[in-house]
Design a protein around this ligand. Structure first.
Ligand code: CA
Length: 235
């Protein structure tokens, strides 16, 4: 099954949240609504969305503070954030972008424009993850030359393990369910059992040798590539 891109809407006004949700659903997104910072934080701790729409004026912590915090946190720092606000002046726009927002849209906005902005941030994120070198700790992957090294020593990986590692490295520190990995690594139209993922994760760990402990099993959830596990082991 194809996974729909998730959009976390952090907005305290139900009417606006509802309007955005309906439009997103019609356009093939999976909206999740959080009416305040506490709910939004809880959502992020369970499942990471592909994009966050963040209202500036919220009860409790402001959108600006949330953007800063999420941008600074390893788990959430790569998620594109679009700030929503009634404030339209230049100073606020700069403050929003400085806090780490990827884009900014002033209320009232057309849903068409909002959808265009969402698609644009998703597109912008994709190419930088698809090409070139990725490094996580001492593990390096070069997508152009198909080379993987750990502590400057070359490693031998099969094509599926390579694809799997590439995906995990470009989406590190997040938990991926088996079905998400099937969707992202094996593709949408392939029908294979989730057990297949386990087989390839096992092979990937073996191929990585000492760096294999970076591939963590998250009980009941899936897998995560993290530099923390290796550091903990080395300590
Ligand atoms: Ca508000």
């Amino acid at each position: 099954m194809r996974r729909l891109p998730g959009v976390l809407i952090v907005e305290d006004e139900p009417a606006i949240a509802e309007l955005i949700s309906v439009n997103l659903r019609h356009s093939g997104f999976r909206p999740i609504w959080a009416m305040d910072s506490v709910t939004a934080q809880a959502e992020l701790e369970s499942v990471l969305p592909d994009v966050i729409l963040l209202d500036w004026m919220l009860p409790g912590e402001s959108g600006l503070m949330l953007a800063k915090r999420w941008r600074a946190h390893p788990r959430t720092k790569a998620i594109p954030i679009i700030m929503l606000t009634a404030r339209g002046d230049e100073v606020d726009r700069v403050a929003g972008l400085d806090a780490g927002a990827d884009d900014y849209i002033a209320k009232p906005f057309s849903t068409k424009e909002l959808l265009a902005r969402i698609r644009a941030v998703l597109r912008r994120r994709a190419p930088e993850q698809a090409e070139g070198q990725v490094t996580l700790g001492e593990l390096c992957l070069d997508a152009a030359t198909y080379r993987v090294t750990f502590q400057a020593q070359p490693l031998k990986l099969g094509p599926t393990e390579f694809k799997l590692l590439h995906y995990l490295m470009t989406h590190a520190e997040r938990v991926h369910s088996r079905s998400q990995l099937l969707d992202k690594v094996w593709g949408d139209h392939v029908f294979i059992e989730e057990r297949t993922v386990d087989v390839h994760v096992k092979r990937l760990r073996e191929a990585l040798g000492e760096a294999g402990s970076m591939v963590e099993t998250v009980r009941g959830a899936g897998y995560r590539l993290t530099v923390q596990a290796l550091l903990a082991k080395q300590a």
